[in-house]
Ligand binder design. Structure first.
Ligand code: SAM
Length: 251
């Protein structure tokens, strides 16, 4: 059978395209792309003539059977998204899951991912982290997600749309606290790449006052809650300890 390659493409700077990505895209029978018109530019730049077929959230389920049949027939297929690594806040999960379930070979061709690139330069703890993708567009849902994450000790990573960045930072300042350190990573690998770390309240003030910071593509890397913020897990541990203490011999 063929191989389903999951191929990362650049997030801005085309020099980040790996040699292996180019070779694989050239050699497969078909490229399943999130947006064929968008990908046509990338493929043209690298002189790749492989046929492209659209695979986006709205037709993914419909496409799967056809793609699996082609894999079974021995053809290899590459999955790409508009930028970065497929499946990371991008389509492809259902295809990969179906290929795995059908016993097909799935192989990643790693490369750029905005979240990992941002984390690598953010200057915040990187040993453990949580990727949250996009927060909800509506304020109530966004705030309740932030409330659920307020005590999370691991570094948090979010993708955010430029037209929502101010509201998002306002909610973070309020819910996570004005002192919480945030790194804004904007336009990574591109001409106006900006990476800056500030406490939440100061980040909000800076982004509000400089409209340039409200443009382009943005990752927010947010410091985790201080470990002293006791949360549900700790409370459960205390309850359990209380119960167990009853079974200890009394002095
Ligand atoms: N699959 C992609 C990846 O691996 O990063 C992410 C796709 S998601 C639909 C697009 C979001 O990723 C943008 O809204 C932005 O938050 C983030 N992003 C993509 N490229 C970026 C860049 N060059 N600089 C900063 N953020 C970027």
């Amino acid at each position: 059978t063929g191989v389903l390659y999951v191929v990362a493409t650049p997030i801005g700077n085309l020099d980040d395209m790996s040699q292996r990505a180019r070779t694989v895209l050239q050699q497969v029978s078909l490229i399943a792309a999130e947006d064929t018109r968008h990908s046509a530019r990338l493929l043209q730049h690298f002189d790749i003539g492989t046929h492209c077929q659209a695979l986006h959230d709205h037709n993914e389920q419909l496409q799967i059977d056809g793609l699996l049949a082609r894999l079974a027939a021995g053809e290899s297929i590459a999955l790409i998204s508009d930028a970065g690594t497929p499946l990371i806040s991008d389509p492809g999960y259902r295809l990969v899951a179906a290929a795995q379930a059908a016993g097909m070979a799935v192989s990643p061709v790693p490369g750029a991912c905005a979240a990992v690139a941002a984390l690598s330069a953010a200057g915040l703890p990187s040993d453990r982290f949580v990727f949250e993708g996009f927060l909800a567009a509506k304020s109530a849902a966004r705030r309740s997600r932030l409330e659920a994450l307020a005590a999370e000790p691991r570094t948090l990573m979010f993708y955010e749309a430029p037209h929502r960045i101010v509201e998002c930072l306002r909610d973070m300042t309020e819910i996570l606290g004005p002192e919480r350190r945030i790194t804004l990573a904007r336009e990574l690998t591109k001409t106006f790449e900006t990476i800056r770390q500030l406490p939440a309240a100061q980040m909000l003030a800076w982004v509000e006052s400089d409209t340039n910071q409200q443009r382009g593509e943005i990752v927010l890397v947010v410091e985790g809650a201080p470990e002293s913020n006791r949360e549900a897990g700790d409370v459960e541990a205390d309850v359990m300890l209380g119960r167990l203490l009853k079974y200890l011999p009394v002095k």
